[in-house]
Design a protein around this ligand. Structure first.
Ligand SMILES: *[C@@H]1O[C@H](CO)[C@@H](O)[C@H](O)[C@H]1NC(C)=O
Length: 154
């Protein structure tokens, strides 16, 4: 019970040990569920949840690389997914609406606003893809008008 003087009495660095770890756990677990539910359309949250579930199933078949690419936002997005990400429908899509929705969601998913790079990259990809799609659609539309077609294209 000899109480050593100062230099030998070390206090456990318990706060330091728990602090960063707690933050890391929160960063990994919380964003996936809570943030999506709050800032993205419900339909898209459901789609992500499905993708996550099937992703788990795919792991066994060595799909990890593709999932990794998708996580980094490098995989090509489908138009339907892009529409969901930006909460638009096929009929809403225009240069204007895409930019407006992009600004809104990109801003609200900033990391400092409690978002994540993952979601931001999704939002960015979605804008990129829909901008392209709008351009194609406009070019097609002009051709159609010039050609006098009714263009119920389906
Ligand atoms: C998505 O768009 C609909 C219709 O414009 C709107 O009512 C809804 O609040 C939007 N959802 C989100 C999460 O912004």
């Amino acid at each position: 019970m000899s109480q050593s003087p100062g230099p030998f009495r070390r206090t456990m660095p318990s706060r330091m040990a728990i602090g960063p770890l707690g933050r890391i756990i929160a960063q990994i677990i919380v964003p996936a569920i809570a943030i999506i539910a709050r800032t993205l359309p419900a339909a898209y949250a459901a789609a992500l949840e499905n993708a996550r579930k099937s992703g788990t199933a795919n792991e066994a078949s060595g799909d990890a690389a593709r999932r990794g690419a998708s996580f980094l936002g490098k995989a090509r997005m489908s138009k339907d997914e892009a529409l969901m990400v930006l909460n638009l429908t096929e009929n809403d899509v225009s240069v204007e609406t895409v930019r407006r929705q992009y600004d809104r969601y990109f801003e609200s998913n900033k990391v400092e606003n409690g978002g994540s790079f993952y979601l931001q990259s999704k939002i960015y990809r979605a804008k990129e893809l829909l901008d392209e799609y709008v351009k194609e659609k406009e070019a097609e539309g002009k051709q159609r008008v010039d050609g006098g077609g009714r263009g119920e294209g389906r």
